[in-house]
Structure formats: C-alpha cells, structure tokens
Design a binder for this molecule. Structure first.
Ligand code: FRU
Length: 754
C-alpha cells in the first residue's frame, strides 16, 4: 500500500533520502529536475548521487532513476550539488565531487577534496565520462577545503560560474569565475559581507527585470526572533557592481534550503528549493516509511515594487483548481487544496488541521505554529508585517506553503496530518478553498499475468517445445505503454504471493508502473497463460485461472485514494467474469466517474475464457454505456454488435457516456469516431515479428498522447478531429515499433525512439 503523507504535487524520492535540487533546466520538451539522493537510506547515511525527474508541465513529475553515481576517486564520497547548462543538442552539468580523505583531519582546513566536475548528456539521462575542471589546489589561497555547488551560466558569450565557499578564517563567501569556454574558467573575484556566517552554500547569481541578485545559503548566523529562525538560512543580496546590499530571506517557514533558479522556455525565472534543512532538530515521521524529504513547488520569481523578489506558485497550478467554494465556519477538505484569503480584520487566523497561521494588526506579528503534534518538533515561526494584504496557502499531503502579500513573504513547512481529509477554518477574513486535482495517472484494473511465449512460432500448441515467461495481461500492458512514454500509471490487481507475482511486480516497477496498490493473496496463485501461434494467424491459449489471484480481488479493496489522481481508468473484458473482480471494476468505474476521469474500455475478447459466449456479450454491453472511450478491433466488431459494417454498428456503440469509438484494423491502421466526425490513420508499413500486446500498446499510447495534448474528460466531446488524428498517428507509430520486437512491454518504445 502506498504510505500516507505521500505528496501529490511535490517532487519526492521514491524511497530513501533527498536533499538539494540540482541541475534544473528545460531541455528537449521536458523540465528536468535532479536532486541529491541517497537511495536505500531514509536518514541519508549513504553517499549522495543525483536522482532525476522529468515533467512536461511542472505539475506531474516522473522519477527516472539515478543518473550520476559516486564512482570515480574525485567524487567517491558524494556527487554533491551542481547545475545544468542546456544548449542546442545536449546539457552540460557541473557538480562538486566530494572526497573525505582517511586520517586525522579537521575536514575544514585539511582532509576534504572538493572538485568541480563536468559531464554532458544528449538526453538528460545518459552521461558522458566525468572531467575534472577544478581541484582544491586551483581555488584562491584564502579558501578552506569547503568550496562547492557550482552554478554556471553564459552572459554575453562569456561562461560564468559561482561557487560557495568558507575562507580559512571562517567567513562565508562566493567565488566568481569567468572564461571563454568551460575548460578555461578563471577566478575573478569574491563576494562577501560582514557577519554573514562561516560558510555560504548553493550560490546562484541571476537577474530579474535587469536587477541582479546573489542568492546563497549562509551557515552560522545567530538565530533571531523574526529573522534567521532556522539553523541555516537561505536568501539573497541585491548586487550593484561589487556591492551587496539588503539581505532578504527567501522563506520564513521551518523547511526551506538550497534553492536553485532557472529559466522556463517562456522566460520566467523559476525557483525550486529543498523542503528540508540539514542538521535541524525536528524530525520527519516518513523515515519510518522508508523515505524522507521533498522539494518545494516551483515558484515564479518577479520583481516587487520595493525592489525585492516576489515568489508565487507557478501559474500552471491554477489549472488544477476545482470546486472553489467560500469557507464559512469550519469545514473538512481532502488534500491537496488551496486557500485564498483577503479583506482582513484586525485579528486573523487560518487553521489547516493542527497548523495555525495568525496575524493581528496591533503588533503586526504573523505566526505559523502547531497546536498539536503534527509539526513533529516544529513549534513556531514568525514575521512582522504591518499590513496583511493577501494570504494563499497550498496544502499537500504533508506540506504547507504560505504565500503572504502577493508572494513578498513565504513560509514553507512540512506537517503530518493523520488523514487526507483535514479540518480547515479561516476567521477574520473572506476566504475560499479549491481542490487541487492533478489527474495525470492512467489507472488500469484487471488481470496482470505471466504469458508463456512459445519457443517457436507457426506451429500447433502440442508442437511447442518450451515456453518462456513474460509479464502480460492487457491492463498491465496498457500501463506499461503509458509509463514507458514517460506518463504515470498504476495497476490495480491482485497477485498470488508467489514468485510469478514477484516477477510481475518487478517488471511493472521497472517499466515505471506504480505497483503500490497491488494486493497479494495466498488464496490463489498468480494467473498464467500459455500461448501458441500457427502460421495462418490462429492463436491457442491455455489459461491457469481456476481461479487465479486477480479474480478474487474484492470490490472493498478499491479506494478513493487509488483513483485520486486518475486521468483515465482503463479495463478489458477478461476480468469481467462472474467473480469479485467484476464488482471491483464497478467500484473503480463509479469512483473514476465521480472524480471526473476518463473511462476507457477495450473488450479485448478471449473466447476461451467463456463457456457461454452470450454471457461475454452481455457483460460487454453491461459495461459499454459506462465508458467514454471504447476501443474495438475489426475482428471483434461483428461479435459485439452483430454488424460487420462499422457505419451500421456506430449508432449501437454510441450509447450511455460513449464519446469516442476507436476501431483498430491491425496493419491497416485505425479509425476514430466522435460526435464531430471521423478520422483515419494508416500504419507505417513494417515487417511484424511479434504482435503480442500491440492492441494494448495502441490504446496506452493513444491515451498518453491525448493527455499530453491536454484533452480531459470534459473536452472529449468536442475534441478537434485534428487532435484525434494526431493521437491515432502517434499510436500507429508506437505500434509499428512495437511489432518489430518481441514481447509486449519490452517491445514498447520510449518517447525518444518515436
Ligand atoms: C546543501 C549541501 C550542499 C552540498 C550538498 C550535499 O544542503 O550541503 O552544499 O553540495 O548539500 O548533499
């Protein structure tokens, strides 16, 4: 089961420890976020690597794996923080290789290696070999061994780099380097300021509307009542020539550190920080669940009237707002949600579960405090503001981000409410609350099984010599297709507590499918299916499902949470026989419809599983009216509708909620019918080696494309035909690649290959 406190909108590690965001950039159609990652150790004991996530919309993130490992002498004790510099056809990365010499050292003046290392990548995932650009001996004499976190950019054709550092006499500073190319970076000058701590980490130098800012994270500033309340700080100076002035903190909450900025393709400067701090005394209960920490939501930076930076949540978030309603008295809301408040009285309070934000005009103190144990050691953070103009609170499953006065002040904190449904109340203001529904996940329900593929093709079942196992089951394949393209998918099924069940879970995980809601039982085994194919296209199946674990999946096991982020729910007919799994389908469809998700049905007939063909036909017709998208193949048309001609069949198929009918015609391509008309797409002509899972790949890739073009359930009815055509073309190209390779999921291409 997926643990509680898992965030919906925030990047977090699949397991283990996360800290700083690294290498933020937009490249080749994707936003890339890398992060400090110690998989396997939620307390962060193991060396840091770089984990990698991608997104096309800054809302839905997909974890892609570890891309940089600590595997050369110069980074053996950690691939520390760094940045990305995207250019036309590749990304250059710069990071600190951390080395801790063995011996009796203080690790400040001796014993620590800090190397600036360069790698490049054509796609953001595969990395070139590592090249050392700078070593300790290259840094200015006044530096201790603490020099790290390169941020590189190009300004008027010149490469520039800042590095955070600690001087030998314990002052924090930022080193600036310049050069005509990456290999010739030379030290130019040092930025520093009195009484600003012993070490500055994670520097960043950028402009907003022509105004320059130097951001960094000072360590060692004494804590104060309204300022510098955390152990380590994070903020920025305004830069004029060599002069640094007006230090301002980025965030006044409990959990914020090591931010980095980058530019979006539309020119916006975006910031992402670590929603955590090193060495703070408070704890995170997710450690017990095997993971710790997350990143902040991306924030848009703009210039305020007072010359300070305003931070606001990315505007993309607005597209998730649903069911906005006025808050009156106390209400209960399901996380994630957003509260907006204005028109403040003299005393204001806003409560989200055990977190209270209060302000009063007389002393101007705005406080964020925990009234129960949900802060897990977090107590109170305060700022002083003479007027309160706006308050916006973004609440995810275990975080709050509070934007005050148009983003002039921000407070970010983790909190740990027991349930996703939390109590909220706002007093002394007019306020509204909106659900933030991110529907990015393809959820498939039904069978996942082991297909046994024959060693030879073109023979009868009894002539097969041996069979090899491969993960299959149409719904599982559809998830595989969606996830291999970079989408998020989740399989809902039950497997046997047996080694075949483990194989399926493992294969699905490897393809990026969320398996955390799969159940396991000892009541029955994982389903198996042996298959042979004759040369004239006849397939013989032998199923081991009498019953199998998937069939016993109970409707009571289907929860709202499994479908909370559902874009489309997909199912087939194999699991609609007379057993509990059929009712589980009903339950899932009911929730999916209530959530506003697309329901997609591919009957995918398997006659040998039905003693009574009429029963099969009846159950298909029982479910068709509940779907929005119906995919059938030309071979299935007549059995299902009684008509061999699609034009006659269509009026029958457009029943209930059906909005799209997709007719697949094997190598002849596919047609899509909607209320607006018909579009067709021919398949690229290829020599098919194995068509296993081709139909599943078709609908999986069709749904992926549909989502990537921004079509949700509400826009299906009037989805332009040109968009449908684009989806069909894409799915045909996807299948053309798939049939040239063996197997189902392993044969599916990734986006880059298309
Ligand atoms: C900031 C930091 C960086 C360093 C990284 C190591 O949190 O200490 O200075 O590169 O974390 O994980």
């Amino acid at each position: 089961m997926k643990g509680k406190w898992r965030q919906n909108l925030h990047i977090e590690p699949p397991e283990g420890w996360m800290n700083d965001p690294n290498g933020l950039c937009f490249f080749d159609g994707f936003y890339h976020v890398y992060f400090q990652y110690s998989p396997g150790t939620p307390r962060g004991e193991s060396v840091r690597r770089w984990g990698h996530c991608v997104s096309t919309d800054l809302l839905s993130w997909k974890y892609k794996g570890v891309v940089l490992d600590a595997d050369i002498p110069e980074d053996r004790d950690g691939v520390f923080s760094g940045c990305a510099l995207p250019s036309g056809d590749h990304i250059d990365f710069f990071y600190t290789g951390n080395v801790m010499e063995e011996g009796d050292y203080d690790y400040v003046l001796e014993g620590r290696g800090a190397n600036v290392i360069h790698v490049s990548s054509p796609d953001g995932s595969s990395m070139s070999s590592k090249k050392i650009l700078l070593r300790n001996s290259d840094y200015p004499d006044f530096c201790s061994c603490h020099v790290r976190d390169p941020k590189v950019w190009i300004e008027n054709g010149i490469f520039k780099m800042v590095l955070g550092a600690r001087t030998k006499d314990d002052k924090g500073c930022v080193l600036l380097y310049e050069g005509s190319d990456i290999a010739s970076l030379e030290y130019k000058k040092c930025f520093s300021a009195p009484d600003m701590g012993f070490m500055w980490e994670c520097p960043d130098l950028f402009e907003i509307d022509g105004k320059k800012f130097l951001a960094f994270c000072p360590q060692g500033i004494p804590q104060g009542e309204f300022k510098y309340q955390n152990l380590f700080q994070s903020g920025y100076f305004t830069v004029e020539g060599d002069k640094l002035s007006d230090f301002e903190e980025f965030d006044y909450g409990f959990d914020f550190y090591a931010p980095q900025t980058f530019t979006a393709p539309d020119g916006r400067r975006l910031l992402i920080g670590w929603m955590g701090i090193g060495d703070e005394s408070y704890t995170n209960p997710t450690i017990e669940l095997g993971w710790q920490h997350c990143l902040t939501l991306p924030r848009e930076l703009t210039l305020g009237d007072d010359g300070k930076i305003l931070q606001n949540p990315i505007r993309e978030l607005d597209s998730l707002k649903k069911n906005t309603k006025t808050i009156e008295g106390e209400t209960w809301e399901g996380l994630p949600f957003e509260i907006n408040a204005s028109d403040f009285a003299d005393n204001v309070s806003a409560c989200v579960s055990g977190a209270e934000i209060s302000w009063n005009r007389s002393d101007g103190v705005l406080s964020l405090h925990f009234t129960n144990g949900e802060g897990f050691g977090r107590s109170e953070r305060k700022i002083k503001i003479s007027s309160l103009e706006s308050l916006r609170i973004i609440a995810d499953a275990s975080s709050l981000e509070i934007y005050i006065n148009g983003g002039r002040y921000v407070m970010g904190t983790r909190f740990y409410p027991e349930h996703r449904q939390v109590k909220i109340a706002v007093n002394g203001a007019s306020a509204s609350v909106s659900r933030l529904r991110l529907n990015d996940t393809l959820v498939a329900i039904g069978e996942a099984l082991i297909d046994f593929i024959p060693d030879k093709q073109g023979c009868e079942f009894h002539e097969v010599g041996s069979f090899s196992p491969a993960t299959g089951g149409a719904p599982a394949n559809v998830c595989g297709a969606f996830s291999k393209l970079g989408g998020k998918s989740r399989m809902i099924t039950q497997l046997g507590k047996d080694p075949f069940g483990d194989v399926i879970t493992r294969t699905l995980n490897e393809a990026g499918v969320d398996t955390s809601y799969i159940s396991y039982t000892t009541e029955a085994n994982t389903a198996l299916a042996f298959v042979s194919h004759t040369s004239d296209g006849k397939s013989t199946y032998s199923f081991y499902r009498n019953p199998s674990a998937d069939m016993l999946f109970e409707p009571s096991e289907v929860t709202e949470e499994m479908l909370g982020d559902c874009y489309a729910l997909h199912f087939c007919s194999v699991s609609l026989g007379d057993f509990p799994m059929k009712d589980a389908h009903r339950a899932a469809i009911t929730i999916a419809r209530r959530q506003g998700a697309i329901v997609s049905f591919d009957p995918n007939l398997r006659f040998m599983l039905w003693d009574d063909r009429d029963a099969l036909k009846r159950v298909i017709w029982e479910f068709i009216p509940d779907c929005d998208i119906l995919k059938i193949s030309d071979e299935e048309l007549e059995f299902i509708t009684g008509c061999s001609d699609i034009d006659q069949a269509l009026p029958l198929l457009f029943v209930g909620g059906v909005k799209l009918v997709i007719l697949t015609k094997g190598k002849d391509g596919a047609d899509c019918y909607s209320a607006l008309g018909t579009v067709s797409s021919v398949s690229p002509s290829v020599v098919a080696v194995d068509t296993t899972g081709a139909g599943d790949g078709f609908i999986g890739s069709f749904l992926w494309k549909l989502r990537s073009l921004g079509i949700g359930k509400e826009s299906l009815d009037d989805c332009p035909l040109s968009v449908l055509k684009e989806c069909l073309d894409f799915a045909n190209r996807f299948c053309a690649v798939s049939v040239q390779r063996k197997g189902a999921i392993p044969s599916y291409p990734e986006l880059g290959e298309l």
